[in-house]
Design a protein. Structure first.
Length: 131
């Protein structure tokens, strides 16, 4: 309760501005985590840890939910492949939620097939909405 008290004391405008700043920091953290996952996947470090794919690695070693891991890989891959969208995201003109919406999680193929082990290949093949 002591932590909440400091927020309750902030002036209205400052409280709202700090909340917006925090949301942007969360977005940037998700982007960075996605970059880590893709780097691990490209260097095949997940295999060295006994995982067949980056999603399995993220679930097992980073304690991410499978859906969240897939979402991060998919969205980050899309941002890397669409520089204008990535720039808008970095500038704060587009939030993580919008990136997620644009990349269409979950892809129709996954919904229809009931697949529970998405891969980066699936993510990159289903990004058509961004091009």
């Amino acid at each position: 309760m002591k932590q909440l008290a400091q927020y309750l004391q902030l002036p209205e405008e400052e409280l709202c501005q700090q909340a917006k700043t925090m949301r942007r920091q969360v977005d940037r953290s998700l982007w960075n985590l996605g970059l880590y996952l893709i780097a691990i996947q490209q260097r095949k470090l997940h295999r060295a840890r006994g995982c067949s794919g980056i999603i399995q690695f993220a679930v097992r070693f980073l304690d991410l939910a499978q859906q969240k891991a897939y979402e991060l890989v998919r969205a980050t891959t899309s941002l890397l492949e669409t520089p204008l969208l990535a720039e808008a995201f970095r500038d704060g003109r587009v939030c993580w939620g919008k990136i997620r919406e644009i990349t269409g999680y979950p892809p129709a193929r996954m919904r229809l097939s009931g697949s529970t082990t998405p891969s980066i290949t699936t993510a990159t093949k289903s990004r058509g909405a961004l091009q």
